[in-house]
Design a protein around this ligand. Structure first.
Ligand code: FES
Ligand SMILES: [Fe+2]
Length: 421
């Protein structure tokens, strides 16, 4: 039996003056039925067992759902790793919620210490699994007590089943996602809705470090912006003298013309190794201490990673900023930095880092105010060329995934960009 929003019996329920709203959800009967001996006597799945008419209805509903999902495309890049939470937040038997690309997630850590990520929705009636409890390596739903293996999502028990029931419990799965820990974050691989995980998935990103001993710290802040605005804000060289004016970093008056060489790299672009801006005090200090030139390399790689490596002699500083889509109107910057600079205490770095992030965040809050009214926007050369590359890389990646043809890179070789900042 298929219960849909169009099914008259299901449309409204009057329970002592409480009117339930018509339900958009699609339910189907999950009972497995034994076929007659003439058909081999095997158990048929709920889908096989449905009449052709019912199967068609479900197919039509699925197609309609896919179409509406496509028309509501939020501009996310699927099939990549995204940081969902800090490792330190996932401890003990507690279940933690997160959202990535508008997918609600429940995260936890099994009694063996392995992190897991499931869709925060019970496949029975959709109640968030995060209201349930974690028991070793099994998540139990709070509603009817269905139990799911936390790492595979596989159902392991339905308490209401009697000895007569034929339902194959192990064929029921809660949504689950590959989950890894790196550099103090829990990363979740977000495969596109309705698609199967590929056989092999790339390793989760890891911060590059250059010595055994180093300091490391993390900062994060939310931006009330679409992911694209978050990302082009991150790679935008021209806002520095206006947004990040500080006594410790630079003054507005220090604006001057710069020429930077860029080169294509897989899925992104690199600002080729160069000596960083002479108007930034920390680089001047580093050069004084080591007596050697400072070189900086900055990469941007899809879907959202900006890494920067500064080296001078044996001293190094390595950082990564990711801008992760939470919803289409909200993203989050996660910033991690590691270094072996003896003269830079973590507390001091954090103090300056927070000022920086706060300046970006305030600007994005102000920008969101303007974007509410759908203004026309501009990208200018050369200062906005990295933003143009980002949009083209993104479009070309989507196109190459659609056609199976190799991805076309927007740059045909090294290029010099000039701007004043
Ligand atoms: S809703 Fe989860 S077990 Fe019923
Ligand atoms: Fe900034």
């Amino acid at each position: 039996m298929l219960y849909t929003k169009n099914n008259a019996d299901f449309k409204f329920a009057q329970i002592s003056n409480v009117r339930l709203l018509p339900c958009e959800a699609l339910y189907y009967d999950a009972t497995w039925v034994k076929a007659p001996a003439s058909e081999g006597g095997r158990y048929k799945s709920p889908i096989e067992n449905m009449s052709e008419a019912v199967r068609t209805m479900m197919r039509m509903d699925a197609e309609a759902a896919q179409e509406s999902a496509a028309s509501a495309d939020a501009g996310f890049l699927w099939d990549f790793w995204y940081p969902a939470a800090r490792s330190s937040e996932i401890a003990g038997p507690k279940l933690v919620t997160a959202m990535l690309l508008e997918v609600p997630l429940v995260l936890g850590r099994t009694s063996e210490g392995k992190v897991f990520a499931m869709r925060d929705s019970c496949p029975h009636r959709g109640i968030p699994l995060s209201y349930g409890r974690l028991d070793g390596k099994v998540v139990e739903c709070c509603y009817h007590g269905w139990r799911f293996d936390a790492c595979s999502g596989q159902c392991v028990e339905i308490p209401s089943l009697s000895s007569q029931d034929k339902l194959k419990v192990e064929r029921i799965f809660a949504g689950h996602y590959p989950c890894e820990e790196r550099d103090g974050y829990v990363w979740v691989y977000m495969n596109a809705p309705g698609t199967k995980l590929p056989e092999t998935i790339p390793a989760a990103p890891a911060l590059t470090v250059f010595s055994e001993k180093y300091k490391i710290t993390h900062l994060s802040c939310e931006l009330p912006s679409h992911i694209d605005h978050g990302i082009i804000g991150l790679m935008d060289p021209a806002h520095g003298p206006f947004v990040h004016q500080s006594w410790f970093w630079r003054k507005r008056g220090s604006i001057h013309e710069k020429a930077k060489q860029f080169e294509p790299i897989p899925n992104g672009f690199r600002m080729s190794p160069h000596s960083p801006s002479t108007n930034s005090a920390p680089y001047q200090l580093l050069k004084k201490i080591t007596g050697e030139p400072v070189t900086t390399t900055i990469d941007f790689v899809l879907p959202n990673l900006r890494t920067e490596i500064d080296q001078s002699g044996k001293m190094w500083f390595s950082s990564r900023a990711t801008v992760t889509p939470v919803r289409r109107d909200l993203c989050r910057i996660d910033f991690v930095a590691a270094w072996n600079l003896f003269f830079l205490p973590v507390a001091i770095f954090r103090m300056f880092g927070k000022v920086f992030l706060r300046q970006d965040q305030e600007t994005m809050i102000q920008q969101a105010e303007g974007l509410k009214h759908n203004p026309r926007l501009m990208l200018i050369d050369d200062a906005d060329r990295p933003a143009k590359w980002y949009f083209t890389l993104k479009a070309n990646l989507i196109e190459s995934r659609r056609t199976g043809a190799p991805m076309v890179h927007p740059m045909d070789g090294p290029t010099t960009l000039r701007w004043r900042s």
